[in-house]
Design a protein around this ligand. Structure first.
Ligand code: PXP
Length: 250
């Protein structure tokens, strides 16, 4: 199967909120989240990702509900591990829920979710989400202890944090690629579906092609940025074309 593309459209909400956060009842709100999701789909997106934050600074609850209702693609909801957000997810019933850190104490030094340090809180949440029929992903660093802890918690997926990969060059970048390779292989050997995301763009994506076993990339910032100039549909299609070079077994 080819490498899938999950399109994160949060920045469309960032732009809308920049103008309308104080005027949510304005006659016209733009840019439209629904149009963005439909354009991403037309460009070849395999799923849509929205991150509804605790402070609702970008995506609003109704945005997620609208995409869920109107867009015929799998929906990946990113959320913090709080009772309110978990209740929202169980009601929304996205296909996938990816638990991400929003508070300092949940973050490892590199920025992924600290699964090892939050085992009990995560166990309860994962069970609630899975009982609602939602597959669960954890956004973690390519760190063996975090990957093992994720597998022990019984999640279906992990998303490897590519933030360090994206911000480094030279030796540091090479060693991060090696860590991603080992992490993806280790996660797969434990039966996890391994995705990756954060900071990926058309320039650095080629460096990820040596990381085997990846199933999906979650990409947002660069697509919305390119979308300003060439349109979101074309930006997504361009990324899909680049991703078609990823070596897959079948
Ligand atoms: N994956 C996760 C868990 C994210 O929170 C984000 C957004 O920061 C992304 C992927 C996409 O990252 P970017 O917008 O840098 O492509």
């Amino acid at each position: 199967m080819s490498l899938l593309l999950g399109v994160n459209i949060d920045h469309v909400a960032t732009l809308r909120q920049a103008r309308y956060a104080m005027n949510p009842d304005a006659p016209i709100l733009e840019p439209s989240i629904l149009e963005a999701a439909l354009e991403a789909k037309a460009g070849g997106a395999d799923s849509i990702t929205v991150h509804v934050r605790e402070d609702r600074r970008h995506m609003q609850d109704d945005d997620a509900r609208l995409v869920r209702r109107e867009v015929d693609l799998p929906l990946n909801l990113e959320l913090a591990n709080t009772p309110e957000m978990v209740a929202f997810a169980c009601d929304l019933k996205p296909d996938f829920a990816c638990l991400v850190p929003e508070k300092r104490e949940e973050i490892t030094t590199e920025g992924g979710l600290d699964v090892v340090g939050n085992l009990e809180a995560l166990r309860k949440t994962i069970s609630e989400l899975q009982s609602a029929g939602i597959q669960v992903s954890l956004f973690i660093d390519p760190d063996e202890s975090q990957i093992k802890a994720a597998a022990n918690l019984g999640v279906e997926m992990i998303e490897l944090h590519t933030g360090t990969f994206a911000l480094t060059i030279g030796k540091e970048h090479e060693s991060e690629i090696t860590r991603l390779q080992s992490g993806a292989e280790f996660g797969t050997s434990l039966g996890l579906r391994v995705n990756a995301g954060h900071g990926i763009h058309l320039e650095n994506i080629k460096d990820l092609f040596s990381v085997k076993n990846l199933k999906e990339l979650n990409i947002g910032h660069t697509l919305v940025s390119r979308g300003i100039f060439i349109g979101l549909r074309a930006a997504v299609a361009e990324m899909k074309a680049a991703m078609a070079q990823y070596p897959t077994k079948s």
